[in-house]
Design a protein around this ligand. Structure first.
Ligand code: PMV
Length: 332
């Protein structure tokens, strides 16, 4: 085989963000906005990357110079570091041409870096005929993300690989698919792009100066996350209770200092128009909020989020993890 195409989903954090950096669990769901990665073998000793969505056109590097250099643009760093890590681990090497294509803007915080990392490694394993279990893929993708950005729990990588809705503990200590159907989620984008790593560092600083209180907040987030897991285990998911837990989780995130006025505006708009619950999703500081709402209420919630300055991003959740795609058609 000379050429392969795979796609990996983005993700939304449902419960447990930030606490999951500190050995606590979270719940993450995969979303149908996918990134595809096409990898072709070249008979030159170089890699060529095209990632038009992040303005990478015909980027070229000799195989011997592969790095995770912090001067590289983010669009290239994850792909280049993933290739280097794959070659080092499996003692292989090949010239490659890589083309990524995203169904969503990297601005939304849906996890484009993790999806492209998972996609690159999966494509390489198929192309170079190296068997990798989901766990092998997770470990190498997680190493890649840590090499590039230094921090992260790996929850987004797990979502990219397993898909569905997952119970996940820091660094993949536990990755358990939850029995779930698609959740009736409304996603509102604040219009503000937030960077995860500085927010993670900000919470780390707060914890350093208030270790006991912040650890207790993490313990509470863990309890809320576990309560949510219990709801998923029931035959019928109680949306009222799940929404309540989302609201409590949001209060705790606010106390960690990662909420913003813009997020609050959309969250209260959703709650005041009948959502079961609403919270920020991800690192905070901007990006997206999520609300749980059904039927007519869902329309109301969407309307009032828009009226409050948010943009509705239409998604499906609980969707499939990384998969091989047909080269000429993208079968979503
Ligand atoms: O900003 P996002 O969507 O990448 O979510 C970050 C979630 C954190 O818990 C803050 C970080 C992590 O890697 O778990």
């Amino acid at each position: 085989m000379k050429k392969v195409k795979v796609s990996a989903p983005g993700k939304l954090m449902l419960f447990g963000e930030h606490a999951v950096i500190y050995d606590r669990p979270c719940i993450v769901t995969a979303v149908n906005h996918r990134i595809s990665t096409e990898v072709e073998i070249l008979d030159k000793e170089k890699i060529i990357i095209n990632a038009p969505e992040v303005k990478i056109n015909n980027y070229q590097k000799e195989i011997s110079d592969l790095s995770s250099d912090s001067d590289l643009s983010k669009g290239v760093r994850f792909v280049e570091t993933a290739i280097r890590n794959f070659f080092n681990k499996y003692k292989v090497s090949s010239g490659l041409k890589i083309q990524t294509k995203s169904e969503f803007s990297s601005q939304f915080g849906f996890g484009s870096s993790s999806a492209v990392t998972v996609g690159t490694l999966k494509a390489l394993s198929i192309l170079l005929d190296i068997r990798m279990s989901k766990r092998d893929l997770f470990d190498l993708a997680y190493k890649t993300v840590l090499d590039v950005q230094g921090v992260g729990s790996g929850f987004d990588i797990a979502a990219g690989i397993w898909g569905g809705t997952l119970y996940f503990v820091t660094g993949g200590k536990e990755i358990t698919p939850l029995k779930s159907k698609e959740l009736p989620l409304v996603v509102g984008y604040t219009g503000i792009k937030a960077e995860t790593a500085p927010l993670v560092r900000q919470v780390a600083q707060l914890r350093e100066s208030n270790p006991e209180s912040i650890n207790e907040i993490f313990d509470l987030i863990e309890k809320i996350t576990n309560n949510a897991v219990d709801l998923f285990k029931k035959d019928k998911l109680d949306f009222g209770k799940l929404g309540e837990l989302m609201n409590i989780n949001q209060g705790l995130l606010d106390s960690l200092g990662v909420n913003t006025i813009e997020l609050s505006r959309l969250i209260y708009a959703a709650r005041n128009s009948g959502a079961f619950g609403a919270k920020l999703s991800g690192a905070g500081g901007g990006d997206c909020m999520i609300a749980l709402a059904l039927g007519k209420q869902k329309d109301e919630v969407e309307r009032s989020i828009k009226k409050s300055g948010g943009k509705i991003i239409s998604i499906k959740n609980n969707t499939q993890g990384v998969r091989k795609e047909n080269i000429n058609e993208s079968n979503r």
